[in-house]
Design a protein around this ligand. Structure first.
Ligand SMILES: Cc1cc2nc3c(=O)[nH]c(=O)nc-3n(C[C@H](O)[C@H](O)[C@H](O)COP(=O)(O)O)c2cc1C
Length: 433
């Protein structure tokens, strides 16, 4: 099979890494850049194309109306802002794409355009931006709103936000900077123009007050609802998708490619990367014991699952009887995620049954020996359309090494992972195959 793209999705963001692991905190401090730099170097040496750093701006207290479970287990909080980490990651690596998350809801477009342009100059074309719309009301309340604006309207606003940022980046023509010391002309004023944007949500005059970048940052997006897919297919270069069955992966990718085509884009320039969490074991016996441990639905496992879906959907799942069917649920937050959760088990299932079905199946986890995992990725990669995968997990040393050390040699032997990078920056690397 042909080469696949691989990346790492750091779902804990610039947050606590490895809490609960016996190696927690040994030789590293999650609050400082070094542990992320070490991981980034390993990703690059392994042949991964990019590192995506999640972000959110709340201390969740949706589950049971308190932050107790979240803070006791360091789930979704605390975390630092990912942007100041970016220069450290760039300085530790030469080819890895670095992709911080940015909220279209909470950054003014001019601020976002200027920050990203500045970082892209440091990055020599290796920067990406993971655009999120931040569904949480808790987040909105940190920015002067009572609640987050309506789901589809949020995407309309994000559409306008992205278009303004791109207009600002293009407000200096590529040949506008002359640096002509003889004539005493730094930049040609006729090639720099205001954008005079007046839209439904924003008014921005422009031009941007920094110079053109080596290439525009690669846009990353993870919307899964119908409106989210439209936004992603129209605007994004990389789509983060939660991996499911080969058929569902293929359908998801096809739906994104159709939107891209309808928008006049080349669908081959849009890479759909499926998130998986490899758990490498030594043998069949260990695989069986890992699976048995994961399917034990004890109180801690229930709390873990429910705090997560409560935060992601904005619905307090503590309010529901575990042994009764779930009521009809809707959300203004992450619709795709809620839908996915509710449909895990047949209609009419109790909440406990839904949780048990999810605990029994592997979900994003791929559990087995390195050869078995690579077999699975090879088959799934081909069946899903052949773009590639994101390894989802924390970046404390034990986790990155126990995942990549056994997997990468097998991926290399099978010719599935790149051995070298070109010089076209992150966009060039993504278009290599
Ligand atoms: C794998 C994955 C990663 C995501 N990362 C973030 C993130 O870092 N920050 C954030 O606010 N939302 C994140 N989201 C949420 C998405 O950006 C999006 O808002 C969400 O999937 C809901 O979209 P939908 O309503 O179109 O399904 C992520 C979603 C997925 C599936």
């Amino acid at each position: 099979m042909a080469l696949l793209h691989f990346g790492w999705f750091l779902g804990a963001g610039f947050g606590v890494q490895g809490w609960g692991d016996p190696s927690y905190g040994i030789g590293y401090d999650w609050k400082k850049p070094q542990v992320y730099q070490d991981a980034a170097r390993l990703f690059e040496h392994s042949g991964l194309d990019l590192l995506i750093i999640e972000d959110g701006v709340t201390v969740p207290d949706t589950y049971g109306g308190t932050s107790e479970v979240n803070l006791a287990n360091a789930r979704f909080a605390p975390k630092h802002d990912p942007l100041p980490l970016v220069p450290y990651l760039l300085s530790a690596t030469e080819n890895l794409g670095i992709v911080p998350t940015m909220s279209a809801s909470f950054y003014e477009p001019f601020t976002a355009a200027r920050l990203l342009a500045t970082l892209q100059h440091f990055a020599d074309g290796r920067l990406g931006w993971n655009v999120v719309t931040s569904g949480s009301d808790l987040a909105a309340q940190n920015y002067g709103l009572d609640k987050q604006i309506e789901h589809d309207l949020r995407y309309d606003r994000a559409d306008e936000w992205v278009s303004i940022i791109r207009k600002l980046w293009r407000s200096w023509a590529p040949e506008s900077v002359l640096e002509d010391a003889e004539r005493g002309v730094f930049a040609d004023f006729t090639k720099v123009a205001p954008i005079n944007h007046e839209g439904k949500f924003f008014r921005v005059r422009g031009p941007i007050n920094t110079v053109p970048m080596p290439q525009e940052p690669v846009m990353v997006q993870a919307g899964a609802s119908g409106r989210g897919r439209d936004f992603a297919g129209q605007n994004s270069d990389v789509i983060i998708a939660l991996s499911s069955t080969p058929e569902r992966n293929r359908q998801f990718r096809d739906s994104i490619r159709q939107v891209a085509l309808a928008a006049g884009r080349n669908p081959d320039h849009v890479k759909v990367l499926f998130a998986v969490t490899p758990i490498v074991t030594a043998n069949a016996e260990e695989t069986a014991s890992v699976k048995a441990r994961r399917s034990d639905l004890n109180q801690a496992a229930i709390d873990e699952a429910l705090q997560s879906i409560s935060y992601l959907s904005g619905v307090d799942f503590k309010a529901f009887d575990l042994d009764a069917p779930l009521p009809e649920l809707t959300t203004n937050s992450n619709q795709g995620t809620l839908d996915n959760f509710v449909k895990s088990a047949p209609p009419g299932s109790t909440l406990r049954e839904i949780l048990q079905v999810r605990a029994n199946r592997d979900g994003l986890a791929v559990i087995g020996t390195a050869d078995e995992i690579v077999d699975h990725l090879e088959t799934l990669g081909e069946a899903s359309g052949g773009d590639g995968f994101l390894f989802a997990g924390q970046v404390h040393p034990a986790n990155v090494h126990r995942t990549l050390d056994p997997l990468v040699p097998v991926l290399r032997r099978r010719g599935l992972i790149r051995r070298e990078f070109g010089d076209g920056g992150l966009r060039g690397n993504l278009l290599d195959f």
